[in-house]
Design a protein around this ligand. Structure first.
Ligand code: DAH
Length: 342
């Protein structure tokens, strides 16, 4: 037996590599299987002269161990590659999951809509870019009304043809609902509205409204009052009171402004309600017969009421947010305060 064969095999064993289980098994069979190279050397061992048997015996055993060890190493390497490839490094520390929070305006919008859905209203939406007719004309705004002025409204086209504009209120969706000609109507219309205002703690050029419209035979002001009262009690608590103050809107007659009893001081007077015990939440009124007529509904047969509220305003009252700008800046410290509101 030649010592150099053992040396050469030993060197090859150190360099062995394998990518699959099968390749490792092939290596094992080639070296240590019944007809393997090392097994063959053991067979040959019988022919070694007696005085060399001890030395060769030791060297063969070492070689066999080297082969066995290398095969084990290859198996371990392959197993660890497999788990790394499947992303399962169980020794890695876990990632902290940062959960997002719903925006307070979305939360409030959904809450308003879900209250009215419970009362049997459906939800309608409409375009933000509108024409004069849907925002003003069909809602009984006289031609000289200040809302039709560049100072208050963002117009899309030029000054000589003020026809396309960003809607200033969601009342335009009332018009789009009425012109479909399906009666009775019971809808709430959420949406974003735009007004040419300087941004401050109490005003913004973009905000959100929810509008309501109810048209049927024999709808009275008492029905409007009840719809507003039930909403206020669902939104601000069962002991909430309302009061209606006479007001003016071109599209309703009579019109009113709705106040709720201050839910902070329970009507005693605090700095949120400025000592009055009341907080204004929405405008409302009986749909003006001119509006019904303009939208193809016969006012001698049908009557209805409408109401409109600012979502930011309702959210401010609910959570005592003092500065409207918080809603638009998306400062996560502010937004995270709402992460526990479901
Ligand atoms: N459109 C009014 C606004 O933007 C809100 C409003 C008031 C809507 C009275 C109505 C209503 O439907 O009846 O200020």
């Amino acid at each position: 037996m030649n010592e150099s064969i053992i040396d050469e095999l030993s060197a090859r064993i150190k360099d062995l590599s394998a990518k699959t289980e099968q390749e490792i098994e092939d290596i094992r069979v080639k070296l240590l299987g019944k007809k393997g190279e090392i097994t063959a050397l053991f067979d040959e061992f019988r022919t070694v002269p007696a005085d060399q048997k001890r030395l060769f015996g030791q060297r063969l055993n070492i070689l066999k161990n080297e082969a066995q060890q290398r095969i084990n190493e290859l198996r371990e390497t392959l197993a660890s590659c497999d788990s790394a490839a499947s992303g399962e490094d169980l020794t890695m520390p876990g990632d902290v999951m940062q959960l997002g929070a719903r925006h307070p305006i979305s939360i409030t919008r959904e809450e308003i809509l879900s209250i009215y859905k419970k009362f049997g209203y459906s939800v309608a939406e409409g375009p933000e870019v509108e024409d004069d007719w849907h925002v003003f004309g069909a809602l009984n705004f006289p031609p000289e009304h200040p809302a039709r002025d560049m100072q208050d409204t963002f117009f899309i086209n030029n000054q000589t043809d003020n026809n396309i504009l960003l809607r200033t209120h969601t009342s335009s969706i009332q018009v789009r609902t009425m012109e479909k000609g399906q009666l009775p109507i019971r809808v709430v219309c959420p949406g974003r509205v735009f007004r040419n205002e300087a941004i401050s703690a109490r005003a913004h050029c973009i905000f959100h409204q929810v509008e309501g419209l109810y048209i049927d035979k024999n709808v009275s002001f008492a029905d409007l009052k009840q719809a507003v009262l039930l909403f206020a009690q669902e939104m601000f608590g069962a002991d909430t009171k309302i009061r209606l103050r006479p007001s003016y809107f071109p599209f309703t007659e009579p019109s009113a402004e709705v106040d709720v009893s201050c839910n902070i001081c329970k009507g005693k007077g605090c700095n949120i309600c400025k000592g009055t015990g009341w907080l204004e939440i929405m405008g409302c009124g009986m749909v003006d017969p001119n509006v019904l007529k303009a939208n193809g509904i016969d006012p001698s047969e049908y009557s209805g009421f409408a109401f409109g509220m600012g979502v930011e305003r309702i959210a401010m009252l609910k959570w005592q947010v003092k500065d409207l700008r918080n809603y638009f800046e998306n400062d996560v410290r502010f937004l995270r305060e709402f992460s526990t509101v479901i």
